[in-house]
Design a binder for this molecule. Structure first.
Ligand SMILES: [Fe+2]
Ligand SMILES: [Fe+2]
Length: 349
């Protein structure tokens, strides 16, 4: 078969969709998409160069800049690193939409998910494709405007290695038996789309940041709130449609998909740190100390909590190997219960 015919027919989940169990029921959140979607309702957010805030990116979300070896380079260097981080963040958004979310949503909209999904659900996937194309477009436009306003060059895309999630997805796929390859893209869609709203939540409230940056992220977050609900339904349809064998094959890799999305891009950070004159060993030290393992595990587990719950509700954790993988990643089970600040448990700890 020719490559275009192959492309046209390729499914995310292999096999005849009609042979798989179906889940009835889907509550659309897109009835008022025309009135609510950012692409329809929101103006383009412009970075004019006059609205510089104190910071371009929250340092707490990019802790390498708080490390003594970096702080010692002075405020100007730290500020420049935060601007670079903003560029990388905008580029990450564009790449995530283009490489991970749009291809999956497109397949769903075209009836090529490999599942029999409600008609309305396929129709809604078109709206998600449009939303995501707009997010990619406005992130790219905005980065160009910042470049023009600050005269700080953004890295040329052709000289930049793909973001870490791309490499991590390749590694994950490699570990899957051939017959279930493709499902990882749906899983990653579910992971990233249910967790991105959490990532976007803090920036709009951060008054240290330039106003248009906050508005841009707020616009994105509003659309993502709807995507979150949608991809939660995708999981509700996906899991029962998989055979026990398929569930056993992909379930243990869900934590790796979570890490692929949520873990910092260490290599990108190391490259930025080399750019401010740190040696290789110093870069490794800063990266390791900025994201200590235990803290990172806790942060990831907290961020992934809604998703973990959805997988548990879908019955995914009934499989012992899947449950072990979640436990090993610190997402499930014997992890310390987090006490509210100031409560006796925390003081005792
Ligand atoms: Fe998006
Ligand atoms: Fe999205």
């Amino acid at each position: 078969m020719g490559i275009y015919q192959q492309m046209a027919q390729e499914q995310l989940v292999r096999g005849n969709p009609a042979d798989r169990p179906r889940t009835a029921g889907y509550a659309s959140r897109y009835g008022r998409w025309e009135e609510l979607a950012g692409v329809r309702r929101k103006p383009r957010r412009d970075f004019t160069g006059q609205d510089t805030g104190e910071l371009y990116f929250p340092p707490e979300l990019y802790p390498v800049v708080l490390h003594p070896l970096v702080a010692a380079k002075g405020e100007v260097v730290v500020e420049a690193l935060l601007l670079r981080r903003l560029y990388d963040y905008l580029d990450f958004t564009t790449e995530l939409e283009n490489l991970a979310v749009i291809p999956v949503a497109t397949r769903i909209s075209r009836g090529r998910s490999g599942l029999v999904l409600p008609e309305q659900m396929k129709a809604d996937a078109y709206k998600i494709v449009t939303d995501e194309a707009w997010h990619a477009q406005f992130s790219h436009d905005f980065a160009r405007q910042i470049e023009a306003g600050t005269h700080v060059a953004r890295p040329a895309p052709e000289d930049t290695p793909p973001p870490a999630f791309v490499r991590r997805l390749d590694a994950l796929r490699e570990q899957l038996p051939h017959e279930v390859r493709g499902i990882e893209s749906l899983l990653f869609g579910i992971v990233s789309e249910t967790l991105i709203s959490g990532i976007l939540a803090d920036i709009p409230r951060d008054e240290r940041l330039p106003v248009p940056v906050r508005e841009l992220v707020r616009d994105h977050a509003e659309d993502e709130g709807r995507h979150h609900v949608y991809f939660r339904s995708v999981l509700k349809h996906l899991w029962p449609a998989l055979t026990v064998r398929e569930r056993q094959a992909v379930g243990p890799h869900v934590p790796a998909a979570v890490a692929a999305f949520l873990e910092p891009d260490y290599e990108q950070s190391a490259a930025l740190l080399r750019g401010i004159g740190l040696g290789r060993e110093q870069c490794a030290q800063v990266v390791a100390e900025a994201w200590p393992e235990q803290t990172l595990r806790r942060t990831l587990a907290d961020a992934a909590r809604p998703l973990t719950r959805y997988f548990a509700e879908a019955g995914a954790l009934d499989d012992p190997r899947t449950r072990d993988a979640f436990e090993e990643a610190g997402l499930w089970g014997a992890r310390p219960v987090r006490a509210a600040p100031g409560t006796p448990q925390e003081v005792a700890a």
